[in-house]
Design a binder for this molecule. Sequence first.
Ligand code: ZN
Ligand code: ZN
Ligand code: ZN
Length: 246
Amino acid sequence: MKCYLCNAIISGRYYRDGHGNCICASHYEQKEAVQCFSCGAFTYNSPEFTLLDGRHLCPVCMAQGVNSVEQIQRIKKQILYFFANEDIFFHNRTLDDVSINIVGVTEIARMRNSSISLANKGVTITKSMSSLIGMALGQKSKMTHSVYILDHLIKIEFAATLAHEFMHIWQNENGVKLEPKKCEGLCNLGSWLIYNKITSANTPYLLKSLMENPDPIYGDGFRYVYNRYQELGTEGILNLAIKGNL
Ligand SMILES: [Zn+2]
Ligand SMILES: [Zn+2]
Ligand SMILES: [Zn+2]
């Protein structure tokens, strides 16, 4: 077996990444090698491929980060198309009034009022505005949503993160109030649906990370919602969420 990084025949201990690449144990133990934040593949630990927030990326993922308005719009359309097939709709079906911004990790932490963590790849801020006249007429308050997504995410990772945030918008628009575990679990079901629609070399790795996430909120929450989804399908689960019975 050849080492993925130095190409030498591996004779002793080795490590294997989620893609099946094996490397000599010494590379990893001496920190010459790290795992790519996005795809999990082993890669050389080099300043050129390390972001200011400490994320290591492999050269492939480094070159593929979503960063243009056109890319964001394309991904957004894809998600809305797949969601519509699952009967997940929004009040404004095209979500063209939702701003989607790519920001750094500090900005995400500031928006979430939490400490800096690379586990948070996105956040949605929903504001409700009601005019006095509208209130007198019994109209619902108008909501505006802003989505913030971490910079340098590869397309499939960006799409899954955006799908997660869109599920927060769906919950906010439908007045759904769930405990954090079920709320984030339902949002992660949005990511899961996207992983099952958009195939890429990295989809299996990211899907596995989602399914096996040890986090008590995001991981256990997802597995709870996923089991209910297996029984009830999307429509059933969304109805339960609206009734507050999920
Ligand atoms: Zn090696
Ligand atoms: Zn990578
Ligand atoms: Zn969330």
